[in-house]
Design a protein around this ligand. Sequence first.
Ligand code: FE2
Ligand code: FE2
Length: 325
Amino acid sequence: MEKKFFIVDLQNQIGKELEDLFQIKDMQIRSSKDGQSYLEILLADITGSQTARAFENVDEIKVKIERGRVHRIKLQVYQFSDQLGIKVLDVYKVGEYNLRDFVPSSSVDSERLEGELRSIIKKVENPDLKLLLKRIFIDDNELRKKFLLAPAAKMNHHDYSGGLAEHTLQIARVSEMISKMYVIIDRDLLVAGALLHDIGKVFELEYTPDIEYTDEGKLLGHLIIGYELVSKKIHELEFMGKFPEELRMKILHMVLSHHGEQQYGSPVKPMFLEAQILHFLDNLDAKAYMFKKAYDLRSQNNARWSEYSKPLGRSIYLGEPEDTE
Ligand SMILES: [Fe+2]
Ligand SMILES: [Fe+2]
């Protein structure tokens, strides 16, 4: 079902009854002055949120609601005093919906991200790595689709749809550049490690449409999920021919060591140059994003220092506030 009415449009629908998709962020049972129970329902989409109420069929509607999920909702828009009133008449389950109607997504569209992913893989010369990357990102349509939609994190960096692909491609681009400057680097290995390092995030996080950790994500984490996935794909290639044993260990080591230290979730520290550089580039891209986010808020806060950033463990110096006059 294509979404037609967004939260911001509802004020233009006063007096009308309509049906459309909304996320139900929250639901509370309340009592009116005359002792009647009603439901207070917080509706949301990409444009904002709006409180709605259900006064009739309260029990029926209540059991149909799954907090946090998208539902098809029949509602009536009315005006009471100077405010917008939304009456929920019924709630239905919904299967597929367009994620972009509910969560922020990358400013770069999915086709462009995919095009760049393909062109980076095309430039890989090592036949084994090329085959592996193709098997994961090109042959597996389902996986590629998920990869292009995934966020890179729940909150710390690139926490929007397409964020994982943006983060991954940026590291791959810098990998290509840096390999020209340090010729000692095995370029194909670094690029392959860059493309694969966070692939486990595809299964670590899910959209409900809020970004949440999956059970697998909580129990295993994206390093191990990624290790398992890449390992399985290599195994399939071994079955069909041969995949060099040393290369297998190296690429898996890069997935496992990219967080750099045990305290950040890596079971092993980076033990060869490409693994070490991958860790630096991963860190560089995540940190650069955090600083950018703080700078973006500069004009809003009109302050010389950002608020304390938990992932960075410090406040960021923003400089003198810009003259907005
Ligand atoms: Fe990671
Ligand atoms: Fe990463």
